[in-house]
Design a protein. Structure first.
Length: 135
């Protein structure tokens, strides 16, 4: 629905419309990752380990930081976001390398989710960075 509204009505400037369309598209894909994880938990009666739950919490905190950056942009927080993204990716790869077979599918979805969230940092900078305010 949101993408259709952006295509038919737009949002102020063309730049804003394109950027918001991208954001809505990515948020939909992030939602799909959460949906896939929920299906695994419910349909397969999967119980994530403490280590995997810790990864989920780290990714959720990363998503909250992205939200904060979008609504209260601070350039210094972008480097914090990037550093945390790298840390999460490293934790995911370490966890995946020693994971049991039944955990791998869930961890791969977590990796996709973390990648989609971390890739939105450039979007936030594009939309929210104002060199005059940062100087």
């Amino acid at each position: 629905f949101c993408k259709r509204v952006l295509c038919t009505r737009g949002h102020g400037s063309y730049k804003d419309t394109c950027a918001l369309y991208y954001l809505v598209d990515q948020l939909e894909e992030i939602g799909d990752c959460y949906k896939s994880m929920c299906k695994i938990v419910v349909n397969e009666k999967y119980a994530p380990s403490k280590e995997i739950m810790s990864l989920c919490q780290n990714i959720h905190a990363q998503f909250n930081l992205l939200h904060t950056l979008f609504y209260k942009f601070e350039l210094s927080k972008v480097s914090e976001f990037v550093d945390e993204s790298k840390s999460i990716k490293n934790k995911i790869e370490r966890t995946l390398s020693k994971a049991r077979n039944k955990d791998r599918q869930f961890i791969v979805i977590l990796r996709t989710l973390a990648d989609k969230i971390s890739n939105l940092d450039s979007f936030v900078v594009l939309v929210k960075y104002d060199p005059q305010k940062q100087a």
